[in-house]
Design a protein around this ligand. Sequence first.
Ligand code: MEV
Length: 439
Amino acid sequence: MNSKSVSGFSKLNKSQKIEWLSQNYLVESDDEQSTFETYWLPDQNVQKVIDGFSENTISNFIMPYGLAPNFMIDGKIFCVPMVIEESSVVAAASSAAKYWLDRGGFKTTILGTTKVGQVHFKWFGKHALIESIFPDIQAYLLQNVGPLIENMSKRGGGITKIELINFTDDEPGLYQIRVNFETCDSMGANFINSVLENFASGLEEYFVDSGLIPDELRDVDIIMSILSNYTPDCLVRSEVSCKIEDLGTFANGMMAEQLAEKFRTAVKIAHIDPYRATTHNKGIFNGIDSVILATGNDFRATEAAGHAFAARDGQYRSLSYCEIKDGIFRFWLDVPLAIGTVGGLTSLHPLAKKSLDVLGNPSAEQLMRIIASVGLAQNFAAIRSLVTTGIQQGHMKMHLMNILNHLGASDSECSDAVVFFEDKTVSFSGVRDFLSSIR
Ligand code: MEV
């Protein structure tokens, strides 16, 4: 066994884990307080809550928490919290929010709120038989699951559809029970998975006890029960529009008509070419993920759903659309967002809770509207830069501070550098040369 392996690691306390790590893995040793300890929270109760989210924790990984004000969404103005480490994302969102504030803001539509779960199983009887008794199976499963869904039903949610899907052409004996859920303001992952596991054991019982299945076919083999992160019917649209002439004039003196046409073409390219579509959608998720993180939602689930949705016709394409018709510029985003504003981390993480407070404690649907609008704003800002000045000008301006910090610049050196690079291209070597020239 590798000498660096360990058993009983989870039983060590934090300091012991750090000690073990530095003895076995760290190349640079911390002389004073360990870097990991520097980021422990002073309030031990909060630290305990944060530690409870994961396992084997030794520290907290900090990220910037920023605000993008001036988001007018369906007539109401929001200041949106964003957690992201990439320079210029918050600045871009804020700039696009302000731009559209003067042009009617973002208008949103909830296109669906359905979440999905699946019980995968094998059974080797005749398909016609299972199909004919499926209504009876459904009734049995629903009766069985009753107490589990009581609370959700009271809140207006629950199970909205149950289907049997036959995959036996792809794999002998393979079926799926696909279940649609309404989970109201919760993301509902635990609720869905509990219902599905209950369905799985109910299915096994039904095959043994119903008396409708011949003795030799009573064995149903449950493979797995789990929600699906593909949620094409938990979908929100956010859009902006205005008369072309109201778009105004852009950097480099670009006029509204030219901007509109280049912009439309840039979006079209992301519908034609998956290489561009991936970058284009990544920009959208710069906005989406940062609000998902700030509100304690699951960014992996959101990303997985978004990218699967982007490939729903067999080719990966843009999640946003642009149209120029009758003198109107219209730009919109359709994105699946299976999120929650109650349960999970949303109320446990102190800053997630605060973010929801900042947003006026929205329902899950309201949060879908906000997040989609931030995604669209981000996409708007990125394309506007790409088709006018190029992305690097703004990006490197924001990145200047990172380079200065990296090179250990003082406050006054930073101020001088900002003035010096006002009309110049920022690069690592350029900043290094500038600092040596003034030091
Ligand atoms: C960078 O994080 C995101 C962009 O590349 C998005 C885009 O190209 O549309 C600027």
